[in-house]
Design a protein around this ligand. Sequence first.
Ligand code: GDD
Ligand code: MN
Length: 381
Amino acid sequence: MSTVAAAVPHFARIRPSAPAFSYDLAVVVPTFNEADNVERIVASLDLALDGIRYEIVFVDDWSGDGTAARIAAIAADRTDIRVIRRFDRRGLSSAVIEGMMATMAPIVAVIDGDGQHDEKLLPRLFALVRSGNADVAIGSRYCANGSTGNWDSLRLRCSRAATRLSQMVLQSPVADPMSGFFVVRRDRVEALLPRLSGRGFKILFDLLSSSPEPLRAIELPFEFRARTAGESKLGTGVVLDYLVTIADRLIRRVLPPRLVMFATVGTLGLGVHVAVLRAMLAFENMRFATAQTVAVLIAIAFNFLINNAVTFRDRTLKGWRFVAGLGSFYAVCGIGALANVGIGVVLFSEHHRWWVSGVAGALVGSLWNFGAAMLVTWRKR
Ligand code: GDD
Ligand code: MN
Protein backbone atom coordinates (compact mmCIF):
# COMPACT_ATOMS: atom_id res chain seq x y z
CA MET A 1 0.00 0.00 0.00
CA SER A 2 1.35 3.40 -0.91
CA THR A 3 1.99 5.91 1.81
CA VAL A 4 -0.62 8.23 0.35
CA ALA A 5 -3.32 5.57 0.47
CA ALA A 6 -2.35 4.79 4.02
CA ALA A 7 -2.59 8.45 4.90
CA VAL A 8 -6.08 8.96 3.52
CA PRO A 9 -8.11 7.06 6.15
CA HIS A 10 -5.96 8.61 8.83
CA PHE A 11 -6.58 12.05 7.38
CA ALA A 12 -10.30 11.31 7.26
CA ARG A 13 -10.25 10.33 10.91
CA ILE A 14 -8.65 13.49 12.24
CA ARG A 15 -10.90 15.71 10.18
CA PRO A 16 -13.39 17.07 12.67
CA SER A 17 -16.93 15.82 12.08
CA ALA A 18 -18.40 19.33 11.87
CA PRO A 19 -19.49 20.81 15.19
CA ALA A 20 -16.32 20.16 17.19
CA PHE A 21 -14.71 23.28 15.70
CA SER A 22 -17.71 25.52 15.26
CA TYR A 23 -18.38 28.44 17.53
CA ASP A 24 -21.68 29.71 18.85
CA LEU A 25 -20.31 33.18 19.43
CA ALA A 26 -17.59 35.33 17.93
CA VAL A 27 -16.35 38.25 19.97
CA VAL A 28 -15.09 40.99 17.68
CA VAL A 29 -12.54 43.30 19.30
CA PRO A 30 -11.48 46.34 17.26
CA THR A 31 -8.05 47.62 18.26
CA PHE A 32 -5.94 50.58 17.43
CA ASN A 33 -2.86 51.01 19.63
CA GLU A 34 -4.09 48.83 22.46
CA ALA A 35 -0.91 46.80 23.02
CA ASP A 36 -1.04 47.12 26.79
CA ASN A 37 -4.68 46.11 26.93
CA VAL A 38 -4.98 42.96 24.83
CA GLU A 39 -3.76 40.45 27.44
CA ARG A 40 -6.25 41.79 29.91
CA ILE A 41 -9.19 41.73 27.51
CA VAL A 42 -8.47 38.11 26.51
CA ALA A 43 -8.16 37.01 30.14
CA SER A 44 -11.39 38.74 31.11
CA LEU A 45 -13.27 37.30 28.14
CA ASP A 46 -12.02 33.80 28.96
CA LEU A 47 -13.29 34.23 32.48
CA ALA A 48 -16.65 35.72 31.54
CA LEU A 49 -17.47 33.34 28.68
CA ASP A 50 -16.72 30.09 30.45
CA GLY A 51 -19.13 27.45 29.14
CA ILE A 52 -19.83 29.20 25.81
CA ARG A 53 -18.15 28.05 22.56
CA TYR A 54 -16.63 31.31 21.38
CA GLU A 55 -13.79 32.64 19.33
CA ILE A 56 -12.14 36.04 19.58
CA VAL A 57 -11.57 38.02 16.39
CA PHE A 58 -9.35 41.05 16.79
CA VAL A 59 -9.41 43.58 13.97
CA ASP A 60 -6.30 45.72 14.17
CA ASP A 61 -5.65 48.67 11.90
CA TRP A 62 -1.90 48.29 11.69
CA SER A 63 -1.26 49.74 15.14
CA GLY A 64 2.22 51.14 15.49
CA ASP A 65 2.59 50.01 19.10
CA GLY A 66 2.89 46.29 18.45
CA THR A 67 -0.70 45.39 19.28
CA ALA A 68 -0.83 42.68 16.61
CA ALA A 69 2.38 41.07 17.86
CA ARG A 70 1.02 40.98 21.39
CA ILE A 71 -2.16 39.32 20.13
CA ALA A 72 -0.13 36.84 18.10
CA ALA A 73 1.81 35.91 21.23
CA ILE A 74 -1.38 35.12 23.14
CA ALA A 75 -2.87 33.32 20.16
CA ALA A 76 0.21 31.19 19.53
CA ASP A 77 -1.16 28.14 21.31
CA ARG A 78 -4.84 28.78 20.68
CA THR A 79 -7.05 28.24 17.63
CA ASP A 80 -9.87 30.37 19.00
CA ILE A 81 -8.07 33.71 18.76
CA ARG A 82 -7.37 35.43 15.45
CA VAL A 83 -6.30 38.84 14.35
CA ILE A 84 -7.35 40.45 11.10
CA ARG A 85 -4.73 43.04 10.21
CA ARG A 86 -5.81 45.90 7.98
CA PHE A 87 -3.15 47.94 6.29
CA ASP A 88 -3.67 51.58 5.38
CA ARG A 89 -7.24 51.55 6.68
CA ARG A 90 -8.86 53.19 9.67
CA GLY A 91 -12.30 53.18 11.19
CA LEU A 92 -13.97 51.47 14.10
CA SER A 93 -17.22 50.72 12.25
CA SER A 94 -15.63 49.20 9.19
CA ALA A 95 -13.26 47.17 11.39
CA VAL A 96 -16.20 45.74 13.30
CA ILE A 97 -18.07 44.89 10.11
CA GLU A 98 -15.07 43.08 8.68
CA GLY A 99 -14.58 41.13 11.90
CA MET A 100 -18.23 40.09 11.90
CA MET A 101 -18.06 38.90 8.30
CA ALA A 102 -14.89 36.92 8.93
CA THR A 103 -16.50 34.44 11.31
CA MET A 104 -18.87 31.52 10.81
CA ALA A 105 -20.39 31.92 14.26
CA PRO A 106 -24.12 32.70 14.01
CA ILE A 107 -23.97 35.30 16.76
CA VAL A 108 -21.40 38.06 17.11
CA ALA A 109 -20.46 40.35 19.97
CA VAL A 110 -18.59 43.64 19.80
CA ILE A 111 -16.55 44.89 22.70
CA ASP A 112 -13.90 47.60 23.01
CA GLY A 113 -10.35 46.37 23.42
CA ASP A 114 -9.52 48.80 26.22
CA GLY A 115 -11.48 47.17 29.02
CA GLN A 116 -14.08 49.94 29.31
CA HIS A 117 -16.99 47.59 28.63
CA ASP A 118 -18.14 45.12 31.26
CA GLU A 119 -17.51 41.71 29.71
CA LYS A 120 -19.40 40.01 32.56
CA LEU A 121 -22.58 41.17 30.83
CA LEU A 122 -21.79 39.17 27.67
CA PRO A 123 -23.37 35.82 28.65
CA ARG A 124 -26.70 37.52 29.32
CA LEU A 125 -26.55 39.57 26.12
CA PHE A 126 -25.67 36.40 24.22
CA ALA A 127 -28.56 34.47 25.80
CA LEU A 128 -31.06 37.18 24.79
CA VAL A 129 -30.04 36.93 21.15
CA ARG A 130 -29.65 33.17 21.08
CA SER A 131 -33.12 32.60 22.57
CA GLY A 132 -34.58 34.71 19.76
CA ASN A 133 -35.92 37.32 22.19
CA ALA A 134 -33.84 40.03 20.55
CA ASP A 135 -32.12 40.69 17.24
CA VAL A 136 -29.64 42.82 19.07
CA ALA A 137 -28.82 42.96 22.80
CA ILE A 138 -27.07 46.13 23.92
CA GLY A 139 -24.82 46.89 26.84
CA SER A 140 -26.29 50.26 27.76
CA ARG A 141 -24.93 53.22 29.70
CA TYR A 142 -28.16 55.15 29.60
CA CYS A 143 -30.97 52.75 30.44
CA ALA A 144 -32.03 52.47 34.09
CA ASN A 145 -29.04 51.54 36.29
CA GLY A 146 -26.55 52.08 33.47
CA SER A 147 -23.75 54.58 33.94
CA THR A 148 -20.99 56.36 32.16
CA GLY A 149 -18.72 56.09 35.18
CA ASN A 150 -16.47 59.05 35.93
CA TRP A 151 -16.70 61.03 32.71
CA ASP A 152 -16.05 64.75 32.84
CA SER A 153 -19.11 66.93 32.33
CA LEU A 154 -18.09 68.02 28.80
CA ARG A 155 -17.83 64.48 27.49
CA LEU A 156 -21.05 63.59 29.30
CA ARG A 157 -22.91 66.50 27.71
CA CYS A 158 -21.55 65.75 24.24
CA SER A 159 -22.44 62.10 24.53
CA ARG A 160 -25.95 62.95 25.76
CA ALA A 161 -26.51 65.42 22.92
CA ALA A 162 -25.26 62.96 20.31
CA THR A 163 -27.54 60.32 21.78
CA ARG A 164 -30.60 62.55 21.61
CA LEU A 165 -29.77 63.44 18.02
CA SER A 166 -29.59 59.82 17.03
CA GLN A 167 -32.85 59.03 18.78
CA MET A 168 -34.59 61.53 16.50
CA VAL A 169 -33.60 59.40 13.56
CA LEU A 170 -34.44 55.99 15.00
CA GLN A 171 -37.97 54.63 14.90
CA SER A 172 -37.50 52.36 17.90
CA PRO A 173 -36.64 53.75 21.30
CA VAL A 174 -33.12 52.75 22.29
CA ALA A 175 -31.61 54.51 25.29
CA ASP A 176 -27.99 54.05 24.18
CA PRO A 177 -27.88 53.72 20.38
CA MET A 178 -24.23 54.82 20.37
CA SER A 179 -22.99 52.01 22.54
CA GLY A 180 -19.98 50.16 21.18
CA PHE A 181 -20.93 47.07 23.20
CA PHE A 182 -23.57 44.69 21.86
CA VAL A 183 -24.46 41.23 20.61
CA VAL A 184 -26.27 40.66 17.33
CA ARG A 185 -27.20 37.86 14.94
CA ARG A 186 -24.74 37.75 12.09
CA ASP A 187 -27.42 37.18 9.43
CA ARG A 188 -29.10 40.43 10.49
CA VAL A 189 -25.89 42.35 9.90
CA GLU A 190 -25.35 40.57 6.63
CA ALA A 191 -28.79 41.56 5.38
CA LEU A 192 -28.12 45.21 6.25
CA LEU A 193 -24.59 45.38 4.83
CA PRO A 194 -25.47 47.16 1.57
CA ARG A 195 -27.26 49.88 3.52
CA LEU A 196 -24.60 50.55 6.16
CA SER A 197 -22.53 53.69 5.99
CA GLY A 198 -19.62 51.89 7.68
CA ARG A 199 -18.10 55.22 8.56
CA GLY A 200 -16.94 56.51 11.90
CA PHE A 201 -17.55 55.03 15.32
CA LYS A 202 -21.26 54.38 15.51
CA ILE A 203 -21.68 50.89 14.19
CA LEU A 204 -24.69 50.12 16.40
CA PHE A 205 -26.47 53.30 15.35
CA ASP A 206 -25.63 52.48 11.76
CA LEU A 207 -27.28 49.07 12.11
CA LEU A 208 -30.35 50.36 13.96
CA SER A 209 -30.93 53.24 11.55
CA SER A 210 -30.41 51.19 8.40
CA SER A 211 -32.93 48.50 9.14
CA PRO A 212 -36.18 48.89 7.16
CA GLU A 213 -38.16 47.27 9.95
CA PRO A 214 -36.96 48.18 13.44
CA LEU A 215 -34.58 45.63 14.95
CA ARG A 216 -35.84 44.11 18.17
CA ALA A 217 -33.41 45.54 20.68
CA ILE A 218 -33.04 44.81 24.38
CA GLU A 219 -30.72 46.82 26.63
CA LEU A 220 -28.96 45.71 29.78
CA PRO A 221 -27.27 48.30 31.98
CA PHE A 222 -23.56 48.41 32.73
CA GLU A 223 -21.13 50.94 34.10
CA PHE A 224 -18.63 52.31 31.59
CA ARG A 225 -15.21 51.77 33.17
CA ALA A 226 -12.14 53.97 33.06
CA ARG A 227 -9.47 53.14 30.52
CA THR A 228 -6.62 51.15 32.04
CA ALA A 229 -3.97 51.95 29.42
CA GLY A 230 -3.60 53.86 26.16
CA GLU A 231 -5.87 56.67 25.04
CA SER A 232 -9.22 57.27 23.34
CA LYS A 233 -9.37 57.62 19.55
CA LEU A 234 -12.64 59.51 19.57
CA GLY A 235 -11.55 62.82 18.02
CA THR A 236 -13.14 65.63 16.03
CA GLY A 237 -12.92 63.61 12.83
CA VAL A 238 -15.05 60.91 14.40
CA VAL A 239 -17.61 63.46 15.58
CA LEU A 240 -17.82 65.03 12.12
CA ASP A 241 -18.31 61.61 10.55
CA TYR A 242 -21.13 61.04 12.96
CA LEU A 243 -22.89 64.29 12.09
CA VAL A 244 -22.62 63.45 8.40
CA THR A 245 -24.22 60.06 9.04
CA ILE A 246 -27.10 61.63 10.97
CA ALA A 247 -27.70 64.22 8.24
CA ASP A 248 -27.63 61.48 5.63
CA ARG A 249 -30.23 59.44 7.52
CA LEU A 250 -32.49 62.45 8.15
CA ILE A 251 -32.37 63.51 4.51
CA ARG A 252 -33.16 60.00 3.37
CA ARG A 253 -36.15 59.93 5.70
CA VAL A 254 -37.60 63.23 4.50
CA LEU A 255 -36.44 63.21 0.89
CA PRO A 256 -36.30 59.86 -0.86
CA PRO A 257 -33.01 59.47 -2.83
CA ARG A 258 -34.98 59.17 -6.07
CA LEU A 259 -36.59 62.57 -5.55
CA VAL A 260 -33.21 64.16 -4.82
CA MET A 261 -31.84 62.60 -8.00
CA PHE A 262 -34.84 63.75 -10.03
CA ALA A 263 -34.46 67.30 -8.72
CA THR A 264 -30.73 67.29 -9.49
CA VAL A 265 -31.40 66.14 -13.05
CA GLY A 266 -34.04 68.87 -13.34
CA THR A 267 -31.48 71.48 -12.29
CA LEU A 268 -29.00 70.20 -14.88
CA GLY A 269 -31.85 70.31 -17.40
CA LEU A 270 -32.28 74.00 -16.67
CA GLY A 271 -28.62 74.46 -17.63
CA VAL A 272 -29.23 72.58 -20.89
CA HIS A 273 -32.25 74.77 -21.56
CA VAL A 274 -30.28 77.99 -21.14
CA ALA A 275 -27.39 76.69 -23.26
CA VAL A 276 -29.71 75.67 -26.12
CA LEU A 277 -31.60 78.96 -25.93
CA ARG A 278 -28.34 80.88 -26.12
CA ALA A 279 -27.19 78.85 -29.13
CA MET A 280 -30.49 79.26 -31.00
CA LEU A 281 -30.60 83.00 -30.44
CA ALA A 282 -27.19 83.20 -32.07
CA PHE A 283 -28.96 82.49 -35.36
CA GLU A 284 -30.04 85.73 -36.96
CA ASN A 285 -33.78 86.25 -37.29
CA MET A 286 -34.65 83.28 -34.99
CA ARG A 287 -37.76 84.31 -33.06
CA PHE A 288 -37.49 84.08 -29.29
CA ALA A 289 -40.67 81.98 -29.06
CA THR A 290 -39.25 79.42 -31.49
CA ALA A 291 -35.90 79.30 -29.69
CA GLN A 292 -37.60 78.91 -26.31
CA THR A 293 -39.80 76.09 -27.62
CA VAL A 294 -36.86 74.18 -29.06
CA ALA A 295 -34.94 74.66 -25.80
CA VAL A 296 -37.87 73.28 -23.76
CA LEU A 297 -38.23 70.24 -26.02
CA ILE A 298 -34.51 69.47 -25.86
CA ALA A 299 -34.30 70.06 -22.10
CA ILE A 300 -37.20 67.66 -21.49
CA ALA A 301 -35.59 65.04 -23.71
CA PHE A 302 -32.35 65.52 -21.77
CA ASN A 303 -34.19 65.03 -18.47
CA PHE A 304 -35.84 61.93 -19.88
CA LEU A 305 -32.56 60.40 -20.99
CA ILE A 306 -30.75 60.97 -17.71
CA ASN A 307 -33.68 59.96 -15.53
CA ASN A 308 -34.12 56.84 -17.63
CA ALA A 309 -30.47 55.91 -17.19
CA VAL A 310 -29.90 57.00 -13.59
CA THR A 311 -32.92 58.01 -11.50
CA PHE A 312 -35.00 55.06 -12.69
CA ARG A 313 -32.14 52.74 -13.59
CA ASP A 314 -34.05 49.88 -11.98
CA ARG A 315 -36.85 50.45 -14.51
CA THR A 316 -34.93 51.65 -17.59
CA LEU A 317 -37.12 51.82 -20.69
CA LYS A 318 -35.80 50.31 -23.92
CA GLY A 319 -36.95 49.92 -27.51
CA TRP A 320 -40.58 50.93 -28.12
CA ARG A 321 -41.08 51.49 -24.42
CA PHE A 322 -38.37 54.14 -24.63
CA VAL A 323 -40.24 55.98 -27.39
CA ALA A 324 -43.61 55.68 -25.63
CA GLY A 325 -41.94 56.77 -22.38
CA LEU A 326 -40.51 59.89 -24.00
CA GLY A 327 -43.99 60.73 -25.30
CA SER A 328 -45.60 60.27 -21.90
CA PHE A 329 -42.83 62.29 -20.25
CA TYR A 330 -43.55 65.20 -22.63
CA ALA A 331 -47.22 64.98 -21.63
CA VAL A 332 -46.36 64.77 -17.92
CA CYS A 333 -44.06 67.81 -18.13
CA GLY A 334 -46.64 69.69 -20.18
CA ILE A 335 -49.25 69.26 -17.46
CA GLY A 336 -46.59 70.14 -14.87
CA ALA A 337 -45.88 73.38 -16.70
CA LEU A 338 -49.59 74.23 -16.81
CA ALA A 339 -49.88 73.55 -13.07
CA ASN A 340 -46.75 75.63 -12.51
CA VAL A 341 -48.11 78.65 -14.40
CA GLY A 342 -51.64 78.23 -13.02
CA ILE A 343 -50.60 78.16 -9.39
CA GLY A 344 -48.17 81.03 -9.88
CA VAL A 345 -50.87 83.19 -11.47
CA VAL A 346 -53.45 82.39 -8.79
CA LEU A 347 -51.04 83.15 -5.93
CA PHE A 348 -49.86 86.35 -7.58
CA SER A 349 -53.45 87.50 -8.08
CA GLU A 350 -53.97 86.90 -4.35
CA HIS A 351 -51.25 89.48 -3.73
CA HIS A 352 -48.45 87.14 -2.75
CA ARG A 353 -44.99 88.38 -3.63
CA TRP A 354 -43.89 87.69 -7.19
CA TRP A 355 -41.08 85.33 -6.16
CA VAL A 356 -43.22 83.43 -3.65
CA SER A 357 -45.80 82.86 -6.39
CA GLY A 358 -43.15 81.84 -8.89
CA VAL A 359 -41.29 79.45 -6.59
CA ALA A 360 -44.51 77.87 -5.30
CA GLY A 361 -45.66 77.25 -8.86
CA ALA A 362 -42.31 75.73 -9.81
CA LEU A 363 -42.26 73.51 -6.70
CA VAL A 364 -45.75 72.13 -7.26
CA GLY A 365 -45.02 71.65 -10.97
CA SER A 366 -41.80 69.75 -10.21
CA LEU A 367 -43.42 67.58 -7.57
CA TRP A 368 -46.19 66.77 -10.04
CA ASN A 369 -43.56 65.86 -12.63
CA PHE A 370 -41.84 63.56 -10.18
CA GLY A 371 -45.02 61.84 -8.99
CA ALA A 372 -46.41 61.38 -12.49
CA ALA A 373 -43.07 60.22 -13.89
CA MET A 374 -42.95 57.59 -11.17
CA LEU A 375 -46.56 56.46 -11.62
CA VAL A 376 -46.87 56.80 -15.40
CA THR A 377 -43.66 57.05 -17.41
CA TRP A 378 -41.57 54.72 -15.25
CA ARG A 379 -44.44 52.85 -13.57
CA LYS A 380 -43.60 49.50 -11.98
CA ARG A 381 -44.42 46.58 -14.22
N1 GDD B 1 -9.51 48.60 14.23
C1 GDD B 1 -9.75 49.83 14.74
N2 GDD B 1 -9.66 50.92 13.91
N3 GDD B 1 -10.09 49.95 16.03
C2 GDD B 1 -10.34 51.20 16.51
C3 GDD B 1 -10.26 52.36 15.72
C4 GDD B 1 -9.89 52.19 14.34
O1 GDD B 1 -9.81 53.14 13.56
N4 GDD B 1 -10.57 53.44 16.49
C5 GDD B 1 -10.81 52.94 17.71
N5 GDD B 1 -10.66 51.61 17.75
C6 GDD B 1 -10.83 50.68 18.87
C7 GDD B 1 -10.04 51.07 20.09
O2 GDD B 1 -8.74 50.51 20.06
C8 GDD B 1 -10.90 50.49 21.19
O3 GDD B 1 -10.64 49.12 21.38
C9 GDD B 1 -12.30 50.66 20.67
O4 GDD B 1 -12.19 50.74 19.26
C10 GDD B 1 -12.98 51.93 21.22
O5 GDD B 1 -12.18 53.05 20.92
P1 GDD B 1 -11.93 54.20 21.99
O6 GDD B 1 -11.04 55.20 21.35
O7 GDD B 1 -11.52 53.62 23.29
O8 GDD B 1 -13.40 54.81 22.10
P2 GDD B 1 -14.06 55.53 23.36
O9 GDD B 1 -13.86 54.75 24.59
O10 GDD B 1 -13.64 56.95 23.36
O11 GDD B 1 -15.61 55.46 22.90
C11 GDD B 1 -16.48 54.48 23.41
O12 GDD B 1 -17.75 55.08 23.60
C12 GDD B 1 -18.39 55.46 22.41
C13 GDD B 1 -19.70 56.13 22.72
O13 GDD B 1 -19.53 57.21 23.55
C14 GDD B 1 -16.58 53.29 22.46
O14 GDD B 1 -17.29 52.26 23.13
C15 GDD B 1 -17.34 53.61 21.20
O15 GDD B 1 -17.59 52.39 20.48
C16 GDD B 1 -18.64 54.27 21.54
O16 GDD B 1 -19.30 54.64 20.36
MN1 MN C 1 -12.44 53.42 25.04
